[in-house]
Design a protein around this ligand. Structure first.
Ligand code: CU1
Length: 209
C-alpha cells in the first residue's frame, strides 16, 4: 500500500511516514507501516503533521522502547520534517514528544538496508557507457564490487585505459564509409530505373493517343 505513495528521485526514495492511510499522527500503526517498506540508504522519511500538534524526536532504541523524551538525539517541529536515511545496516528510532502520544502509538523504528545495486555514485554512472563499449570481461569485472567506496578507484582506472581503446575503435569508421556510399549509388541507380520506366510509360501513353 505504502509503495503507491513514494516519490523516487536520483538520490533515493522519499516516504511520507504513515501514508497513504495517514501521516504522522495518532491512529496510525507505524510498526505495520514500516513493515511494508524496504528502506534503503539514501531514502528519505518525511514527517507531515500540523505544526504544534506533534513533533518528531529521533531517539535511541531504549528511549523509543520506553517512550522517553528526555534525551532526543535530534528534534524536529516544522510539520514537514525530512530525515535522510544516510547509512544502511542501522535501525533509526523516532517518537512524538507530545506527552502521551508515543505511548498511544506515535513511535517508529526504521531498519535501513544498503543502497540499491545500481550505485547512485556519479563515477560509475559516467563510466557506464564506456564500459559497454569495452570487452565483456572488463564490464563484468566492474560489477561484483558491492561497496560504492571500493568501486570508485576501480572505475577510475578502467576509464583511463579507455583512451587508447577508443582511438583504436575509431579506425574502423572509414572502412564503414564505402558501404554507405555504395548504398547512395544504389539510390541513384534506382532513380534512373524509375525515370526510364516513367519515360516508357509516357511513351506508351503518347502512342495510345
Ligand atoms: Cu504527537
Amino acid at each position: 500500500m505504502a509503495v503507491a505513495t513514494f516519490l523516487s528521485t536520483a538520490h533515493g526514495t522519499s516516504y511520507t511516514v504513515g501514508a497513504p492511510a495517514g501521516s504522522w499522527g495518532l491512529g496510525t500503526n507505524y510498526t505495520l507501516w514500516s513493515a511494508g517498506v524496504t528502506f534503503r540508504a539514501g531514502d528519505q522519511l518525511v514527517f507531515k503533521y500540523t505544526r504544534g500538534a506533534h513533533d518528531v524526536l529521533e531517539v535511541t532504541k531504549a528511549d523509543h522502547d520506553a517512550c522517553s523524551t528526555s534525551s532526543p538525539l535530534v528534534s524536529f517541529s516544522s510539520g514537514n520534517d525530512v530525515v535522510t536515511l544516510v547509512s544502511g545496516g542501522v535501525t533509526r528510532y523516532f517518537i512524538c514528544g507530545v506527552p502521551g502520544h508515543c505511548a498511544a502509538g506515535m513511535k517508529l523504528a526504521v531498519t535501513v538496508v544498503g543502497a540499491a545495486s545500481p550505485s547512485p555514485s556519479p563515477a560509475p554512472v559516467a563510466m557506464a557507457p564506456r564500459a559497454a563499449a569495452r570487452p565483456p570481461a572488463t564490464t563484468v569485472a566492474a560489477h561484483p564490487s558491492p561497496a560504492p567506496v571500493a568501486m570508485g578507484p576501480r572505475s577510475g582506472r578502467p576509464s583511463m585505459a579507455t583512451a587508447p581503446a577508443g582511438g583504436a575503435g575509431g579506425l574502423p569508421l572509414p572502412a564503414v564509409a564505402p558501404p554507405s556510399s555504395a548504398a547512395a549509388e544504389d539510390g541513384v541507380g534506382g532513380s534512373l530505373v524509375g525515370l526510364a520506366l516513367g519515360a516508357a510509360v509516357a511513351a506508351i501513353i503518347m502512342a495510345l493517343y
